[in-house]
Design a protein around this ligand. Structure first.
Ligand code: FAD
Length: 370
């Protein structure tokens, strides 16, 4: 049996950020376990790569706090380590009184959450900044931007390894039990060969599987409302002839499950649209061509230059949401489970958007919990 001081499950952006943070602040035997042959093979590579600013989430929620702090930490990290990023700014656009009221509410919530630099724009001001789009008013968020998630994860991985973290790729956690002296984790490699690891501290950062990992050790995920709902988000590319036409990220007013189908700006200036939000039972990453009409219709009003045939299917990601269909807002769960009888177990469950932005701030909290 292998021994470790700390085991982290999952090499997505969150597990990697935690591995880097705790390995640079303490001396310990740390093992990061990942089922795939490389990092970020799931949600962390299937998202909009937006550094959010923090106006969408209720005041005092973990999502609001971590997003605002993570935004600042990510820009500092990218700047100091020559990681690609662009502070494009973003507009949440509105047409009609109902949408205007929603955007004004976001403006107020953003100010309460401490999001810097927010302002409301009228149609003329929008036109000066973005002549190609059409809206009656907009919330401008200058601190929203873009990064390269792969490069960020590569940076975290390299730093964690340099600090002595052992990353065990192609090892899937198949069993997880509490012992008198810590936890016993069983992992299986590609060939089915298994290995056991004993550790007093386990950090469950397994994304879409985090509820199942919690259930394996004996936590009642129904009672504690830890069940993950899969919510798929598809993207469509916008034809390259429109590259460079828009400088800011342009978002509609959010729905209760997602931020709404928006322009996805890439660092190279090319454009895409997405994601939509569809609850699914089984994980799949197929883009349903039948949704092209919905995409076109939902952005046509604020992107009048777009034609139906400008859209081609791109990719999809799956959100790990605690909020099921029809449910109210759910916050991240990030907690030491001592009060449930599991000392040394830190669960991270329901890390949906803004999980990428929040990763460095979540890592700080986990280091504090330890
Ligand atoms: C469509 C979409 C758009 C998004 N856009 C944004 C955005 O623009 N900005 C933003 O801030 N956030 C965004 N998000 C959210 C963000 O992508 C996630 O919050 C973040 O990637 C979650 O990272 P993670 O490390 O928790 O999960 P993951 O990236 O899913 O990592 C978990 C890892 O655990 C591993 N694992 C699972 N089970 C096991 C096991 N049994 N054994 C070993 N390993 C295991 C998995 O293989 C995986 O690599 C978006 C999400 C989606 C789906």
């Amino acid at each position: 049996m292998e021994q470790a001081d700390i085991v982290i499950i999952g090499a997505g952006i969150v597990g990697l950020a935690i591995a880097r943070e705790i390995s640079r602040t303490r001396t310990a035997e740390i093992i990061l376990i990942e089922q795939h042959p490389y990092f970020g093979a799931e949600t962390s590579s299937r998202n909009s790569e937006v550094i959010h600013a923090g106006m969408y989430y209720p005041y005092d929620s973990l999502k609001a706090q971590f997003c605002v702090r993570g935004n600042r930490l990510l820009y500092e990290l990218c700047e100091q380590n020559q990681l690609p990023y662009k502070k494009t700014g973003k507009m949440i656009v509105a047409s009609g009184p109902e949408e205007t009221a929603k955007v004004e509410a976001l403006f107020q919530q953003g100010n309460e959450n401490g999001v810097p630099g927010l302002s409301m724009l009228n149609a003329r001001q929008i036109n000066e900044l973005e002549p190609a789009i059409r809206a009656q008013c907009a919330l401008l968020s200058p601190e929203t931007g873009l990064l390269d998630a792969h490069r960020l994860m590569q940076f975290y991985e390299a730093q964690a390894i340099a600090n002595g973290v052992l990353i065990a790729y192609q090892n899937k956690v198949v069993d997880f039990r509490k012992q008198t002296d810590g936890y016993k984790i069983k992992v299986a490699d590609e060939s089915g060969e298994t290995l056991e690891i004993l550790s007093p501290v386990i950090i469950n950062s397994a994304g879409l599987n985090s509820d199942k990992i919690a259930a394996l050790v004996g936590i009642d995920i129904d009672r504690f409302h830890y069940k993950i709902h899969y919510c798929k988000g598809e993207y469509f590319n916008i034809a390259n002839r429109h590259a460079g036409k828009i400088k800011h990220l342009i978002y509609p007013v959010p729905t209760s499950y997602s931020l709404g189908i928006h322009t996805r700006l890439r660092l190279d200036g090319t454009l895409a649209l997405g994601p939509n939000a569809i609850y699914i039972d089984e994980i799949d990453y197929k883009v349903d061509l039948r949704n092209q009409a919905e995409f076109y219709k939902s952005v046509k009003e604020f992107l009048p230059f777009l034609e139906y045939n400008d859209l081609t299917p791109e990719m999809a990601g799956v959100r790990s949401k605690l909020q099921g269909p029809g449910d109210e807002f759910r916050d991240f769960v990030i907690r030491d489970e001592s009060d449930k009888g599991f000392p040394g177990l830190i669960n991270l469950i329901g890390i949906d958007s803004p999980g990428l932005t929040s990763a460095p701030a979540i890592a700080e909290l986990v280091a504090d919990l330890l």
